[in-house]
Write a new protein. Structure first.
Lengths: 382, 399
């Protein structure tokens, strides 16, 4: 066992932290949110310059060959300042899926552009009846004119309103819940028949509901093997969940710091409220919850590359259960310990609470992942 | 960064496991599995087997019979010990008085006591708590008055666990009544056969006799049995808090209980079906497994972090391990009780104590409620979880 970051990882951590301190303070973030699509294209360009946008791609694909721990470092830093940039959606989730499932031609056509910050992609997968079930796909793709015609409605597409390209899951065979018969297509977001309704999310992020009405794509748009898209989607979701867990740790850390700082300055009854044991103990319980979450975020990162998909899924679910539990506790306690001011829009802590609440939902909540873990036999075998 | 065990560590685990499979006497294994308590004879028999192998005091320095294992190996060893499942050698000896003497004892004290502590020729108990000194240990009132070559100890100790088995006791007593309360305390080694020592049993809520009260009436202790300097005992006692890091969370104990719960739940029927097939129950187990996995990694992280401290002082963050570890020991004890259901109803303290050879009831379940009751003590003993929170609030959060 080895918990040390390599020199390169330490440098990555330092440079990301420095960049965000300069460019993504809470006040700067407020103005980023007001830009079109709710994030700063200037900061995004800085991400590209720093190599963050190509971090998880191989050098052949125009990236830097980073692993899950590198992604963890970036995500935790982004979490600390609630950066609204579509890193998770475009680089980790969309880019990650293309990296793992795309053909050489598809990778060459997209990953270098993602790395340079000129292209963003989003995974359009979820549908209304599916809830968290990744195998439920009703959108269809029919063979037509040597290509495919896609029809259906996708929802909750993270950063789906700003993405230039969409990775769309569609059924080429079978019934809505079949595990086989799902195929993936790379679709231009501006293609005829694609309509998007973008909206702000609870945590000031962006998402979109997207309709596909007889959208025609070429044969080369198919990602991976026909009908065998689900394992790629599961893997991409697991990898993104691990990244989300790392982000959650950053969000919780900062929410806790803000809270402890507040306990030291807020005076009531003539003393700092941090002198009250009832509040001290709650702040300590937050610390413990964060340390447990940090451990599971590391575990999730380590298990991203596990070749046995069942083992990987169990580990990711276990991590998401812990993160969800810690996130809920830390977010709610942070507001409680701030008292009335924690309820206001102007106070930072509420924004952290809102992000933590959304993190618990994304890629399946604690109940969903606990069920998935229990049905797979728990963590008993390690 | 790599959270996986190395090939060497995996081989080490196998070596340890094989040793336990072969060396742990079947009767002791069976009793531990059923949650029965270990008798004095069984503890001594087991410790001597470990001692023979050189593994009774793995965390001690090499020159005093340690193993030289790094914290990861020590952790693996302890986990395998708990999973065997084998009784843990008495902590008073191995984790408390031994390391205290190694750090602060005289050459003569080390030479005489350490080998006997390691082999448990001397069974030690701890004379710290008093009726008026629990969480506020420094307010203890037992006195040790110097008379020539002896200290004369006068007072009352409480929660003196295993005092009825013990040959020796390490005692905190006040040698300077005028000083600030932490400053006038000394650390003494007291022969339990000394005239004036009276041990009275305390039966705990599990129906078992493990702990005691101890009355000290003009007990004479040779000055040679003072550890370190007079009036510095509080520092020595504090040195140990947070020092014993590799096992403080007892992840292995909780793991063993969860594993046992899975095994038993496969046998226990619920409406004619194995309980393990109940989805709600499966999720209960999985939830504890998640917390345990997190704690295991937290523990390894903190050990690595603490190992990198330059000052060699105990890290207050080990309080996190104490808190979370005790909560999970309790949760896993509760889980086992839940598996037992009605089978846990029968009260048989003789079985729990390990003295009943055969029983007509459900032997697999008889110790589960008492062990759940007894598990409540782990968040009270050694600085209650509330005291741990005070420590963390002050030292880590700066509140």
């Amino acid at each position: 066992m080895d918990f040390d970051l390599s020199d390169e990882q330490r440098m990555l951590q330092d440079s990301v932290t420095r960049l965000l301190a300069e460019q993504c303070s809470f006040e700067q973030r407020q103005s980023h949110l007001a830009e079109p699509f709710g994030y700063s294209h200037g900061l995004w360009a800085h991400f590209a310059d720093l190599g963050l946008l190509g971090l998880p791609f191989s050098q052949d694909d125009g990236g830097f060959g980073g692993g899950p721990v590198d992604t963890l470092i970036v995500m935790t830093a982004l979490g600390r300042c609630l950066a609204p940039e579509p890193y998770l959606a475009s680089v980790v989730l969309g880019g990650g899926l293309l990296r793992d499932a795309g053909s050489a031609a598809q990778r060459a056509a997209s990953l270098p552009d993602i790395a340079q910050g000129t292209l963003t992609v989003a995974l359009a997968h979820a549908e209304t009846p599916a809830r968290y079930d990744l195998a439920h796909v009703e959108t269809t793709a029919h063979a037509q004119d040597g290509g495919w015609t896609i029809s259906g409605a996708k929802r909750f597409v993270l950063s789906g309103d700003s993405a230039h390209k969409l990775i769309v899951s569609a059924r080429t065979q079978g019934a809505a819940n079949d595990v086989s018969g799902i195929s993936l297509f790379l679709v231009d977001a501006g293609a005829p028949g694609v309509t998007r309704r973008g909206y702000r999310t609870q945590d000031h992020g962006r998402a979109a509901d997207i309709r596909f009405e007889s959208v025609h794509v070429e044969a080369g748009a198919l990602i991976g093997t026909l009908g065998a898209g689900l394992p790629h989607i599961e893997r991409a979701a697991d990898v993104a969940t691990a990244a989300l867990c790392a982000e959650a740790v950053g969000v919780m850390e900062r929410a806790h710091e803000l809270t402890v700082d507040y306990l030291k300055v807020r005076k009531q009854f003539g003393v700092a409220i941090g002198s009250f044991q009832a509040l001290q103990h709650r702040a300590v319980d937050m610390l413990v919850a964060i340390e447990q979450a940090r451990s599971m975020a590391l575990y999730a990162a380590m298990m991203c590359d596990e070749p046995d998909a069942r083992k990987r899924a169990r580990a990711i679910s276990a991590a998401k259960v812990q993160i969800g539990k810690s996130a809920r506790f830390v977010g709610q306690e942070a507001v409680q310990l701030h008292g009335g001011i924690g309820m206001t829009e102007e106070c930072q802590v509420g924004h952290y609470f809102r992000r933590l609440t959304m993190i618990e939902i994304l890629f399946g909540d604690s109940s969903h992942h606990l069920r998935r873990l229990a049905r797979a036999g728990g963590l008993a075998e390690g | 960064m790599d959270l996986r065990f190395t090939a060497d560590e995996i081989a080490f685990r196998q070596e340890v496991r094989t040793f336990f499979e072969q060396a742990l006497p079947a009767d002791i294994r069976r009793k531990t599995e059923l949650g029965q308590r270990t008798s004095k004879e069984e503890m001594l028999r087991w410790v001597r087997i470990l001692h023979e192998r050189g593994w009774a005091t793995p965390a001690w320095p090499d020159e005093w019979g340690g193993t030289g294992w790094d914290p990861v190996r020590q952790y693996i060893f302890k986990e395998e010990l708990h999973l065997a499942p084998a009784p843990e050698p008495i902590s008073f000896n191995m984790n408390m008085v031994g390391p205290t003497l190694i750090a602060f004892g005289s050459a003569e004290q080390k030479r005489h006591f350490l080998p006997r502590i390691a082999r448990m020729d001397y069974w030690f108990c701890q004379g710290f708590s008093e009726p008026g000194a629990g969480s506020d240990l420094a307010s203890l009132r037992t006195t040790a008055t110097r008379e020539g070559d002896h200290y004369v100890i006068e007072g009352q100790k409480l929660w003196t666990s295993t005092a009825h088995h013990a040959d020796w006791c390490f005692v905190l007593a006040r040698t300077d009544g005028g000083a600030r309360k932490q400053q006038g305390i000394s650390y003494l080694l007291m022969d339990m056969k000394s005239p004036g020592v009276t041990v009275r049993p305390i039966v705990t809520i599990d129906g078992h006799h493990e702990t005691n009260e101890m009355f000290l009436d003009k007990v004479r202790v040779p000055v040679a049995n003072l550890v370190g300097e007079e009036n510095k005992g509080w520092d020595y006692a504090k040195y140990l808090l947070g020092h014993e890091r590799s096992g403080i969370a007892r992840v292995g104990v909780s793991k063993m209980r969860v594993r046992r719960a899975r095994q038993l739940a496969a046998r226990v029927l619920c409406g004619g079906r194995p309980l393990i097939e109940d989805e709600r129950f499966g999720e209960r187990i999985a939830e504890i497994e998640v917390e345990l996995k997190a704690l295991e990694i937290t523990q390894m992280r903190l050990i690595a972090e603490i190992g990198q401290r330059q000052d060699g002082k105990p890290d207050p963050k080990s309080s996190i391990l104490k808190m979370k570890g005790s909560q999970l020991q309790q949760a896993s004890a509760e889980l086992l009780l839940e598996v037992a259901g009605y089978s846990a109803l029968e009260f048989d303290p003789a079985f729990v104590a390990g003295s009943a050879a055969t029983v007509e009831g459900d032997d697999w379940a008889l110790a589960l409620a008492p062990n759940h009751y007894w598990a409540r003590h782990v968040s009270i003993v050694g600085g209650s979880n509330e005291i741990q929170r005070n420590i963390l609030a002050k030292t880590v959060l700066g509140l």
